[in-house]
Design a protein around this ligand. Structure first.
Ligand code: TPP
Ligand code: MG
Length: 570
């Protein structure tokens, strides 16, 4: 309770700062270690969403940060709450998403005795977070929280972890509030843009690769106009498909796991690569095999908001330290050459993209995930949101689904299983009017499946597709490649996912044949409830073009992978 003297508890000061910095949603699992902060949410305008697991709460916050560009907020208790939340902290790090995790801490006078659930957060999150700190004095909350917002967003965005000693949160002090934080734009210099203009004038086969964070819908629209004026092919990198309209005539496709070989060849043979926003890390770079390290075989223009990322892996011909938002608005000022020598290449690249995902490939079994993706792309509104976790099922999303709008695909570039459902809950909270679909695997879904309860509790009608093949498919695939026939620890005995949905108070339907999907989807929509559609997938359908048996036979014929190789035996 606030006193007449304007003194506030640390908890109240903290929640007041969040409101000042524009926070609308926070995600938590409660803990006795931060009761005074919880109490300060009482009557506040910030919607506090209570979750069933801290990894879900942290992923929800990360997804909000990823899509809004402003820090997602998560509150967890000390010790086990913090370690559970670490999955989301790691995702925010690798995906460059702004996020702030507030963690309870033991009372100040007990520190360093290894009191109940005590952790040294600076040490635990020291290499994972962009900044990990602890607040000792409630009078410094406005300063430290303001700094956390700036650090989380500016430069290369990332996660901040702030520990809150319990007695600090209940101490009363009088202190002025901070003012709202500033999202700093980093503008490219005029000489940078002149050099880029020159490079584009002499290029023969340029391509743009886009990824990373610090984007906004306006920036993607500016980039689309630029691409069209320059007839420049543009590819999105792993799980960043929402940055470019898949039906834009310059869209060259998605460079992620199992990409279109034509796109891969196009990037490898380009004489100019314009890499905007991303790091071109292990997944899009096909294990660092596409662009030579450290000296790229082509001229590389790398645009990144974090100066320390420029030249970290690839030595750029032109390094531009800029946010994608600022850079893309400057692109509008560039003059297209009178005669574009590569004209026609973007049409070919787009045609290659469309052809690659045009029709679902035939797969074993009665349910074809590719056909379901084709149905979704033809029947969903252009602003639908698809979220996903990690597993082979996601290969069908990338190849056959078409993302049309900013925020339309939300996935973890860091490949963390269990991402899809919490991300769907976060997106439906943020965009109540958009259709939100989570595509998950049977293994993937149950990593955070308990937070289906959160969707129910907040009446968020997300539709979860569980692609149930009864295996941890990705790992089984690698197993068959490397150790053919030696199947271990990759089989799953699954629950009845329809009964699971019903038990929580949601809607559930099973799909045993592809043709049953449209009716199941319509019924899920009509129910208005959070829903699970249980897709019975044949485990043999391990990728859109390979079967498990085929992979095993190939490995055996070729000498049998690592498990059978001489080097591994000896
Ligand atoms: C948190 C986490 N744990 C483990 C892994 C390793 N992993 C990657 S994919 C995968 C299997 C995914 O199985 P499922 O969700 O059933 O999808 P499928 O591959 O069968 O389509 C595993 C275990 C991971 N990426 N993330
Ligand atoms: Mg599976």
């Amino acid at each position: 309770m606030r006193g007449k003297d304007n003194a506030r508890t640390g908890g109240e000061i903290l929640i007041d700062q969040l409101a000042i910095h524009g926070v609308r949603y926070a995600f938590c699992v409660p803990g006795e270690s931060y009761l005074a902060a919880l109490d300060a949410f009482y009557g506040s305008n910030i919607k506090l969403i209570v979750c069933r697991h801290e990894s879900s709460a942290a992923i929800m916050a990360e997804a909000i940060g990823k899509i809004t560009g402003r820090p997602g907020i998560c509150f967890v208790t000390r010790g086990p709450g913090a370690t559970n939340a670490s999955a989301g902290v790691h995702i925010a790090r690798q995906d460059s998403s702004p996020m702030i995790v507030f963690v309870g801490q033991v009372a100040r006078e007990m520190r360093e005795r290894e009191a109940f659930q005590e952790l040294d957060y600076r040490a635990v999150f020291g290499t994972m977070a962009k900044w990990a700190t602890e607040i000792d004095d409630p009078a410094r909350i406005p300063e430290i929280v303001s700094r956390a917002f700036h650090i989380a967003c500016n430069g290369r965005p990332g996660p901040v972890v702030i520990a809150l000693p319990e007695d600090m949160l209940s101490e009363r002090v009088s202190v002025p509030d901070a003012t709202a934080f500033q999202l700093a734009e980093i503008w490219p210099g005029a000489p940078d843009m002149d050099r880029l203009q020159l490079l584009l004038r002499t290029a023969k086969s340029p391509i743009a690769l886009i990824g990373g964070s610090r984007w906004a819908e306006d920036a993607t629209a500016a980039l689309m106009r630029f691409a069209q004026r320059f007839a420049l092919p543009v590819a999105t990198t792993f799980r960043r498909g929402h940055l470019f309209d898949a039906l834009h005539p310059c869209y060259a496709g998605d460079l992620g796991i199992g990409p279109n070989p034509r796109l891969l060849a196009r990037v490898k043979s380009a004489d100019l690569v314009l890499l905007i926003g991303g790091r071109f890390s292990e997944m899009p770079s096909q294990s660092y095999s596409v662009i030579d390290i450290p000296e790229p075989q082509m001229k590389l223009v790398h645009v990144h908001p974090g100066a320390e990322e420029l030249g970290r892996v690839y030595h750029p011909h032109l390094a531009i330290n800029a946010t994608p938002t600022a850079f893309c608005s400057e692109l509008e000022k560039l003059q297209a050459p009178e005669k574009i020598t590569w004209r026609g290449e973007s049409d070919t690249a787009h045609a290659d993209y469309l052809a690659w995902g045009d029709k679902a490939t035939p797969v074993p079994g009665a349910v074809n995930l590719g056909e379901i993706m084709v149905w979704l792309r033809e029947n969903l509104p252009h602003d639908a949101i698809v979220t996903q976790g990690a597993g082979n099922f996601s290969g069908w999303v990338h190849r056959f689904y078409r993302v049309r709008k900013f925020g339309g695909l939300v996935g973890g570039t860091s490949g963390s299983m269990g991402y899809g459902l919490p991300a769907a809950v976060a997106m439906q909270t943020l965009y109540p009017e958009r259709i939100v679909i989570c595509v998950s695997g049977d293994g993937d879904f149950l990593m955070t499946g308990q937070d289906f309860a959160t969707a129910i509790q907040y009446e968020l009608p997300v539709i979860v597709l569980v692609a149930d093949n009864g295996i941890y498919g990705t790992i089984r695939m690698h197993q068959e490649r490397e150790y053919p026939g030696r199947v271990i620890a990759t089989g799953l005995r699954n629950p009845d996912f329809v009964a699971y949905a019903l038990a929580f108070g949601g809607y559930g339907a099973v799909v045993e044949k592809t043709a049953e999907f449209p009716a199941a989807f319509a019924a899920a929509r009509a129910s208005g409830k959070p829903s699970i559609i249980h897709l019975k997938i044949d485990p043999e359908a391990i990728t859109p073009t390979a079967t498990l048996t085929g992979i095993r036979e190939k490995a055996l014929a070729g000498g049998g992978g690592k498990g059978k190789s001489e080097t591994h035996r000896g």
